[in-house]
Design a protein around this ligand. Structure first.
Ligand SMILES: Cc1cc2nc3c(=O)[nH]c(=O)nc-3n(C[C@H](O)[C@H](O)[C@H](O)COP(=O)(O)OP(=O)(O)OC[C@H]3O[C@@H](n4cnc5c(N)ncnc54)[C@H](O)[C@@H]3O)c2cc1C
Length: 388
């Protein structure tokens, strides 16, 4: 078994033995299942992209990202939180300064510390470059940060946050940097966790930074590299979310298949009706297509076509998951509403995947920009009516 195969098998085991038996209890609380994350670390699932010298697995994106399909079968937002943590660990191992890496890397890969990524602000979500949180750089290279962030996942739970900041009050994004802020730094405060309708176990809240000073070695990406680095991180996240959606779809499909196989009506099994078979086939096609999308995006991440490939995956898979969970729920009739089948929870999680880490509409914006660029390379038309 290759290392990638054994890590995927470990992720499957984590889903079957840790997530699935516990997820209903998690859903009933506002406490993050930190113990589960530590178990994931012990199975090598918290340093997927990090070099082995830092306790990581040193996997490529195509080798590692299927892990999130396995997690997605159990709990979409738990999968999201561990995807975010893995990206934070990757950023620290790849771009952190030696003293900072030495202080944090083994903690991040062992699960002793969890990481969060902090970009969104109350006034800037999709328009990420519209952020206002600003850092003043001291003569010694230290950063003193002031501002408010919103939608911070693992708020108050993560031990370190990669915070995206401006370093100059003028508009524009050429001054944007990324700085690591440990949770216990003086001046860091979190609001009450949002009262959201799905997965209360993942705390999401505002983060307030008031004269928060961190030393120079906490700078992960200097001014000028913060926005492009964040977008690269988001491309990995988008691909991982598409993988998580495949887990969600495959879990919903399995439930619907078992039910339709066993449910008798009009003298035969539900699965023998052609109308039902077409519903199942559509879900299976959406699932296969989503797998191809995220697999291709994982291959291209980091290259020239990575962002567009990730956008295709993130545009398609969450919409497919919304369709799939709705279709599978319908196939169970009234029983689709019952808690033990879990379809109703899957049905509520799927639309969240359309928003987090860039909405479906923003993926269309990314794809359309690439199409516009391509259109400009096409030869002039022969049709005089479309000439200027
Ligand atoms: C569960 C969850 C966890 C999250 N965790 C984090 C986190 O840990 N860290 C973090 O930084 N952020 C996090 N976010 C924030 C998330 O990334 C933002 O919600 C997302 O980027 C969208 O921003 P917004 O919600 O402000 O929507 P807005 O930007 O206000 O968009 C509102 C609507 O307008 C549409 N729209 C926007 N621009 C365009 C356009 N150009 N063309 C057409 N339509 C457009 C959008 O698609 C959307 O439908 C999280 C969000 C969720 C739901």
């Amino acid at each position: 078994m290759s290392k990638a195969e054994s890590i995927r098998a470990a992720a499957r085991k984590h889903c079957e033995q840790v997530i699935l038996p516990e997820v209903t209890a998690w859903e009933a609380t506002t406490r993050y299942p930190r113990k589960a994350a530590v178990t994931a670390a012990a199975d090598g699932l918290l340093g997927l992209y990090c070099p082995t010298e830092f306790g990581g697995q040193g996997l490529t994106f195509p080798e590692a990202i299927p892990v999130f399909e396995e997690f997605g079968r159990g709990a979409g937002l738990y999968a999201f939180s561990l995807s975010m943590h893995n990206i934070v660990a990757y950023a620290v191992s790849g771009f952190g300064q030696p003293s900072f890496r030495n202080a944090w890397m083994l903690r991040l890969t062992s699960g002793a510390a969890l990481g969060g990524f902090v970009l969104t602000e109350p006034q800037s979500g999709s328009d990420a470059a519209g952020l206002r949180t600003c850092a003043e750089i001291g003569a010694d290279g230290s950063y003193t940060i002031n501002g408010s962030k919103a939608w911070v996942s693992l708020a108050g739970v993560a031990d370190i946050y990669l915070v995206v900041v401006k370093t100059n009050p003028e508009p524009g994004h050429k001054d944007i940097a990324m700085v690591a802020v440990p949770r216990e730094t003086v001046g860091v405060r979190f609001g009450e966790p949002y009262d959201k309708l799905v997965s209360p176990f993942l705390p999401i809240a505002d983060m307030f930074l008031e004269n928060v000073t961190v030393p120079a070695d906490h700078v992960i990406l200097p001014p000028g590299q913060g926005l492009s680095g964040s977008l690269m991180a988001i491309d990995i996240a988008r691909t991982s979310i598409a993988a998580g959606c495949c887990g969600l779809m495959s879990a919903a499909l399995d439930t619907a298949l078992i039910y339709a196989r066993d449910r008798k009506m009009f003298g035969k099994s539900e699965i023998d009706f052609q109308g039902i078979q077409w519903m199942l086939s559509d879900v299976a096609t959406d699932l296969e297509a989503s797998r191809l999308f995220y697999g291709r995006a994982a291959e291209l991440l980091g290259g020239r076509e990575g962002a567009v490939a990730a956008a295709h995956a993130k545009r398609f898979a969450p919409d497919a998951a919304v369709r799939a969970t709705g279709t599978c729920m319908q196939m169970l009739g009234a029983y689709g509403l019952l808690a033990p089948y879990v379809l109703e929870r899957m049905y509520r999680i799927a639309p969240v995947m359309k928003v987090v880490d860039g909405t479906t509409e923003i993926q269309r914006v990314v794809i359309a920009r690439a199409l516009q660029k391509y259109a400009s390379t096409l030869p002039p038309t022969e049709n005089s009516q479309t000439r200027p």
